[in-house]
Design a protein around this ligand. Structure first.
Ligand code: CU
Length: 121
């Protein structure tokens, strides 16, 4: 009798754990995809807003020649060759407004090729 109670408690505990973890994995949505297109001499969009602690996938495409975007203070760089797309998963860790600069020399307007990243709480 005692063994039967123990066994059924064990089964109940296992079932509870399975439901708990199944619920957890269901609750996790895939990260939002942020698409950035670079061409001489701007980024589209020119401004993005992310939430601190929330991972996103940054999808970066260079249209005409190789480009990249570098947020120096965040240690964040993503670059791709002409006509190519690169993806990285990124989780912002600090709140603020950051300016990203093209990281691959792409011609006369390269120095002014910038975009803005806002990270909110
Ligand atoms: Cu450039």
């Amino acid at each position: 009798m005692k063994l039967k109670i123990l066994t059924s408690s064990f089964v109940l505990a296992v079932l509870t754990a399975i439901f708990f973890f199944a619920h957890l994995s269901n609750a996790q949505e895939p990260p939002q995809r942020i698409e950035i297109v670079a061409k001489r001499f701007d980024f589209t969009p020119g401004e993005i807003t992310l939430k601190k602690g929330v991972p996103v996938v940054i999808v970066f495409t260079s249209k005409d020649v190789s480009h990249g975007v570098k947020f120096k203070e965040l240690n964040l760089v993503i670059a791709s060759g002409k006509g190519e797309t690169k993806e990285i998963t990124y989780t912002p860790t600090q709140v603020g407004t950051f300016v990203g600069q093209c990281s691959v020399f792409c011609g006369s307007g390269h120095g002014g090729m910038k975009m803005t990243l806002h990270v909110t709480e």
